[in-house]
Design a protein around this ligand. Structure first.
Ligand code: 5AD
Ligand code: SF4
Length: 485
């Protein structure tokens, strides 16, 4: 399209995305440059992320936009614009944000031009926005999960006005492609394949704050991964709340397994990970594709939540204890070296001692490589929050401690099962404790420390796993096989 331009910026605001946002990024850059000249220094930004990998990926998008707008990255909250990308899955994540706001206020008093932005899942809750409007008047910008792509436009709105800018959407079916991102790692990247969740587990707030399930077009996903690999990425993590239901709502439905087969063909891509998988939707087709693939990591994050069929029904998980055990046995038969990890909630309303013992029983039977354990958190608006038989805190705490001990003991044993083998490790960073060492990850996601140099970061390296120390390995290099001398 042809626009008349002034200072390199079209005079008419483009209607179509992402052109519209690129227009606002240029416009923001003018303000940022002017302010920077006045202050005699570059302006800086800091994005703080709470919660899951989805939020981490969203933050990379926010950072990409801020860089395009002329800000420079800083790791500190003393920056000229500070964004908190929030999580609301458990209450303590909310409390942390309120705690940080007090501190940000004190920083803003010293730097009155500082901008404070809040976004992410917590902002999708009307009572949160009301509270901020009332008690945290110094916040400049509030937006939600559905309109994160509009960040540049909202930032300009704030730069052009003197009051708090708030824009929260209830839901959306829009997916805006091709916005800038600033990747945290040069060699690996998250890739959203779908947004939202349709499962309505009775304890979970995600479907209310992330909206209904929307899958990205396979073409867009493949194009993004192709570009990433051309840019040096060797590992992708495909992200969705329930990747196993990927593609069901597309005009031309595609299964997750079919998508994986296409991604696998991309040259230069070495490793494929994905999360999260819902046990109810995990297909035989996916297990088969995993078993045959050279690139898909032998790791499955398969949230159990509870081992009691009665509680699982109350949670609306749509599988029983037996279904879960059968499924994990089937996966282990097809992919014997699979690493299984999980999420478990303790203290769901009505959980009895017997229900809790069922959870311990599944843990002992499946033998997870690791498990994230959570104390049930009552989320306003979810069906479980209205249930009457909430479990007393001291009982929950007691069960939680028992669970954690059991999980840790099993996890240490499971982790050590690769001792003495030679495996490929993706070198990720310089070891912060000991000079001359690198830290990387196995396909199973286990950490390995081994000798290496900075230039090797981002490479897959054969390492002998000499010694297991709890949840990580100390390794040594093995000579690559020499071709005929
Ligand atoms: N309380 C505790 N844990 C929760 N999760 C989701 N909602 C809650 C809640 N209300 C956990 C689940 C999920 C993980 C991402 O967070 O285990 O798998
Ligand atoms: Fe929450 Fe259940 Fe959806 Fe996971 S599958 S995001 S736990 S509602």
């Amino acid at each position: 399209m042809n626009y008349t331009e002034k200072n390199g910026i079209p005079e008419a605001v483009p209607v179509m995305e992402p052109d519209r946002q690129y227009y606002y990024m240029k416009k923001a850059r003018q303000y940022v440059n002017a302010r920077s000249r006045e202050m005699g220094r570059p302006l800086t930004f800091c994005v703080n992320t709470f919660g899951c990998q989805m939020n981490a990926r969203d933050s990379e998008k926010l950072e990409g936009i801020l860089e395009e707008a002329g800000y420079q990255k800083s790791e500190e909250d003393h920056a000229d614009i500070v964004i908190y990308n929030t999580c609301t899955v458990r209450e303590n994540a909310n409390l942390k944000v309120y705690g940080r706001l007090g501190y940000l206020h004190s920083l803003k008093k010293k730097n009155p031009h500082m901008l404070i932005g809040l976004c992410g899942c917590m902002m999708q809750e009307p009572q949160v926005v009301e509270k901020i409007k009332k008690s945290y008047r110094f916040v400049d910008l509030i937006f939600g999960t559905h309109n994160i792509f509009k960040f540049a436009e909202l930032l300009v709105n704030r730069l052009e006005s003197d009051s708090m800018v708030i824009d929260i959407w209830k839901d959306t079916d829009q997916i805006v492609e091709d916005l800038p991102t600033d990747r945290k790692y040069s060699f690996k990247s998250g890739v959203n394949i779908m947004f939202g969740c349709n499962n309505f587990c009775s304890y979970c707030i995600v479907p209310y704050v992330r909206g209904r399930e929307r899958s990205r077009n396979p073409k867009d996903i493949l194009r993004e991964i192709e570009k990433l690999t051309q840019d040096g990425v060797v590992e992708v993590m495909l992200l969705g709340q329930n990747v196993n239901s990927y593609g069901k709502n597309l005009d031309d439905p595609v299964t997750f397994a079919q998508l994986l087969k296409e991604i696998e063909k991309i040259p230069g891509l070495e490793r494929i990970r994905f999360m999260t998988s819902h046990p109810k939707d995990l297909s035989d087709e996916l297990i088969e594709v995993m078993a045959q693939s050279d690139k898909i990591c032998h790791h499955l994050h398969l949230p159990l939540q509870s081992g009691s069929s009665r509680i699982l029904k109350e949670m609306n998980r749509k599988y029983t204890k037996e279904d879960y055990l059968t499924l994990t046995e089937k996966i282990r038969r097809a992919v014997p070296d699979i690493s299984l990890t999980t999420d478990i909630i303790v203290g769901f309303p009505g959980e009895t001692q017997e229900d809790f013992e069922e959870t311990l029983d599944v843990i002992r039977k499946v033998r997870f490589d690791s498990a994230f354990t959570f104390i049930y958190s009552r989320r306003t608006g979810t069906p479980a929050a209205a249930m009457e038989n909430q479990v007393p805190q001291d009982v929950v705490k007691d069960r939680f401690d028992r669970l954690l001990k059991e999980v840790q003991t099993i996890s240490a044993k499971m982790t050590s099962r690769f001792t003495g083998t030679v495996q490929e490790v993706l070198a990720e960073e310089i070891n912060s404790h000991k000079e001359g060492l690198l830290t990387g990850r196995l396909g199973s996601n286990i950490l390995v420390h081994f000798p290496g140099t900075e230039e090797e970061i981002g490479k897959l390296i054969k390492v002998s796993l000499d010694e297991c120390r709890g949840f990580y390995y100390m390794g040594s290099r093995v000579e690559e096989e020499r071709k005929n001398p």
